[in-house]
Design a protein around this ligand. Structure first.
Ligand code: NDP
Length: 346
């Protein structure tokens, strides 16, 4: 069976493609330019013609994926901008929404052999900021970011624009699917990951040129002094969830294979964390990683005067537990493998 993966040159996309190939699937990758295909040709060369690449220069153009969906059995739509510094929110929203709806439209018109479309959404489409700690599940939608988008002003920060792009894209996908029920014979699965960490196999000239979540990890766990993160920041800042990119890729593969995943949005998360948790893990690794500077220690939790931690966001992951069978990597495994990766990147 052949699977179309969009955004294969990115952090998550390349792991999704690799996991599919390892499991015996054929993969058709789409990327924006031939220069972005070079690295993929190299890393997947052992798979011969089981891996092919189609260039889609502009995913916002009507019919952009028409050729890419012909003759494949399923789609993993991963491509979407992750850039928290863009001024104009529509530079995020347009590719996110039009890319997603365009993919579904191309499948409707040309994907005659397609049975399932998996879409990488985010918990950004689920959560909202609140003064009290909350536990979110798949019935929650992030309406807050849409209100802030409509209002504009200082609350419309980079992360808020990104949340709006993911919320609008996911809402548009479900609407398209509902509106076209009489015409389609495929279903969709939406995966909502929180922060995704783990070793990188996509192309990046240096750690600071990696994707947003990996750069944050590098900035706070490996070089907080350079990035200006204080011990207080490390102890109090984190998120309601994280997942290793290899386990997330596994969830993308199981989403194709498991009947129970059909027509569901699914939060895939290991648990809440603060940066200090990763810093603590990094300092327990033996032998210590060979990095150009010593690892920070922050204010280790075990020695902290006030170890009580408040997590403002948490996730109920019952649905993922029911649908998938995944032995999630621990914070310690992910930390070790990321440090090994950074050792090799200098
Ligand atoms: P990357 O930045 O590494 O990958 C993003 C991918 O999307 C790249 O292939 C990129 O291609 C493509 N892309 C971005 N903008 C456009 C555009 N305007 N037109 C066409 N393609 C575009 O990020 P991740 O791998 O981390 O993210 C992949 C997906 O996972 C996204 O949908 C993201 O929202 C989602 N996600 C990520 C999380 C994380 O913590 N990393 C958490 C939750 C969800 P190009 O190189 O050409 O820009």
């Amino acid at each position: 069976r052949k699977i179309h993966v969009s955004g294969t040159n990115g952090f998550i996309g390349i792991w999704v493609a690799r996991t599919l190939l390892e499991r015996g699937y054929s993969v058709r990758s789409t990327v924006r330019a031939d220069a972005k295909a070079e690295h993929l040709r190299k890393v997947f060369s052992e798979y011969g013609d089981k891996h092919e690449i189609v260039i889609v220069p502009d995913i916002t153009k009507e019919g952009a994926f028409d050729e890419a969906v012909k003759g494949v059995h399923a789609v993993e739509h991963v491509a979407s901008p992750v850039d928290l510094a863009l001024e104009d929110p529509y530079e995020l929203i347009n590719p996110a929404v039009k890319g997603t709806v365009g993919m579904l439209q191309s499948v409707l018109n040309h994907g005659t052999s397609i049975q399932r479309i998996v879409i990488t959404s985010s918990v950004a489409a689920v959560i909202h900021d609140d003064p009290t700690p909350l536990i979110f599940d798949e019935s929650d939608w992030n309406e807050q970011c849409l209100e802030i988008l409509a209002r504009g002003g200082p609350q419309l920060t980079g992360p808020m624009k990104y949340r709006a792009s993911k919320t609008l894209a996911e809402k548009a996908a479900w609407k398209f699917w509902e509106d076209n029920q009489t015409k389609i014979k495929w279903d969709i699965v939406v995966i909502n990951p929180p922060y995704v960490f783990g070793p990188t196999i996509h192309e990046a000239a240096s750690p600071s040129a990696l994707n947003v979540s990996t750069v944050e990890w590098y900035n706070y766990v490996v070089r907080p002094t350079s990035s200006g993160a204080t011990n207080e920041f490390l102890a109090t800042t984190g998120s309601g969830g994280w997942v290793d990119v290899r386990d997330l890729a596994e969830a993308h593969v199981q989403s194709l294979e498991r009947e129970a995943a059909g027509s569901k949005r699914i939060i895939v998360s290991v648990g809440a964390w603060k940066w200090q948790d990763f810093v603590d893990e990094a300092n327990t690794i033996s032998p210590p990683p060979k990095l150009s500077r010593p690892l920070p220690v922050g204010n280790p939790r075990s020695e902290s005067a006030n170890p009580a931690t408040v997590h403002m966001l948490q996730y109920n992951t019952d649905r993922a537990k029911t649908v998938f069978e995944i032995q999630y990597r621990t914070i310690s495994e992910t930390t070790r493998d990321m440090l090994v990766d950074f050792e090799s990147k200098g």
